[in-house]
Design a protein around this ligand. Structure first.
Ligand code: ASP
Length: 438
């Protein structure tokens, strides 16, 4: 049994956080590959190292003095080093980094240093081998991960060294230059490492006891989700639940590696297990039939009406074709006999709106077009929805009883989620009403 473990920013934010993470790692000898983020916030109002590095970069770009910022970053690492009694020569590393900052240096290189230094310190703390992500996570010319090359290289490094620590979030491009993932990308590094070494589990350690079934800023004390499938997780994250970097699921999903979300501050808490499928019997399917609820605001619903639309062959195709031509991402399409509605994020529409409608009028001649903005989409997600009848009815009734008007209701053929459109102003209330149902 071997495991890959990834510790997020708050789990490596200070010396005492290192200590907790170290205890967790050492308590299970199968935890052989460790991925770390850059130190995150130690308390609310604190600044993440990665954010400080972005600020540093901005100061350099605009020729503003940056001595204090780099000093602050160095101090954060020094404190961890001191607390953990480490020998790593941070002084020389930082004087080299300072010298590099005076030359031609990329943003990606600068911001990757948070993970680099953190991994260096963690490797010494654990007595594991430090592996530089620049030497084993490779991007291709299109900016995507070259998985074949990356897997081969990580597997070799893990084989040679047995127990390794890698900084998340970065790798190198085909020219050997440092390149980073988008923010939160250490989750992807962890997933790649798990896939590369054929881990039996990928544990993602963070500061919450698993994925919550609703946003705690909206619903009071939402229940943590015990088990969720990769498909459900994608629906929940797509609709606004902040859990993992959305690209992090692919490598482990491809290799069927179970993913655990665990809490560094409460290691014994169950956390959430993410897998492709679960073996569930009828009794299981009747409990917690909704896995989670998430919602996103600021959509526009554009409704096209054309008499005889259902007998007409190309109307929908023509209308949707214009959205594609103009690079406006369609989130949802729902239709009735003579109308159909296209839901898009308001940000993707912005100044394109008038041209879009003009082109659609020219191409498809709808009888009328109606637009409604400030719409929220709420997703009620659950693999068990398919086994329980009457849920859409309950949703209608409970929202109606609470005076919330449903703008639309859509269920995919896979019955994995029900999407409900309500006015933005009703979004939080609707989520609470729906949460009480589950
Ligand atoms: N440190 C980077 C960030 O703050 C990457 C990560 O933590 O995953 O986005």
């Amino acid at each position: 049994m071997i495991k890959t473990v990834k510790f997020g920013g708050s789990s490596v934010s200070s010396g005492s956080a290192f200590e907790k993470a170290g205890k967790i790692i050492k308590s299970d000898p199968s935890r052989v590959a460790v991925i770390v983020s850059a130190p995150g916030k130690r308390f609310s109002g604190d600044t993440k190292i990665t954010d400080l590095l972005y600020v540093l970069r901005a100061h350099i770009k605009y020729n503003a003095p940056y001595g204090d910022i780099i000093g602050e970053i160095e101090k954060r690492f020094e404190e961890i080093k001191e607390y953990c009694g480490l020998k790593f020569d941070l002084k020389s590393e930082f004087s080299r980094f300072r010298a590099e900052l005076g030359g031609k240096i990329s943003t990606d290189y600068i911001v990757s240093r948070g993970e680099y230094f953190c991994a260096r310190l963690m490797a010494e703390y654990l007595g594991y081998t430090f592996v530089d992500a620049a030497d084993c996570v490779f991007f291709d010319y299109s900016g995507k991960v070259d998985t074949e090359k990356t897997y081969k290289s990580i597997a070799e490094k893990a084989e040679e060294n047995r127990k390794i620590v890698i900084g998340g979030f970065y790798g190198s491009d085909p020219d050997g230059k440092i390149k980073t993932f988008s923010r939160g990308g250490s989750d992807i590094t962890g997933s790649l490492v798990a896939a590369a070494i054929g881990a039996d589990a990928y544990e993602n350690w963070t500061d919450v006891s698993g994925i919550l079934s609703a946003n705690p800023k909206i619903v009071k004390d939402p229940r943590p989700i015990e088990k969720v499938t990769f498909a459900e997780l994608r629906e929940l994250s797509y609709m606004g639940a902040e859990v993992l970097h959305e690209d992090a699921v692919f490598p482990v999903r491809d290799k069927n590696i179970p993913l655990y979300i665990k809490n560094t501050n409460d290691p014994l808490a169950e956390g959430t297990l993410v897998m492709e499928t679960f073996n569930e019997d009828d009794a299981d399917r009747k409990t917690h039939f909704v896995t989670g609820i998430s919602g996103k605001k600021n959509f526009s619903v554009i409704t096209f009406m054309k008499a005889g639309m259902s007998e007409n062959y190309g109307f929908m195709k023509d209308v949707l074709g214009v959205f594609a031509e103009m690079n406006v991402k369609v989130e949802l399409v729902s239709s009735s006999i003579d109308t159909f509605s296209v839901t898009v994020a308001e940000t993707s529409l912005k100044e394109k709106f008038h041209e879009l409608i003009t082109r659609i009028e020219e191409k498809a001649s709808p009888d009328s077009v109606k637009t409604e903005s400030e719409v929220s989409l709420i997703a009620v997600v659950g693999r068990k929805l398919a086994y329980n009848v009457g849920i859409a009815g309950k949703i209608f009734t409970s929202l109606g009883e609470n005076g919330i008007n449903i703008k639309m209701l859509e269920q995919g053929a896979d019955e994995l989620s029900i999407i409900i459109g309500v006015k933005d102003a009703d979004c939080a209330k609707a989520i609470n009403v729906l949460y009480r149902l589950i």
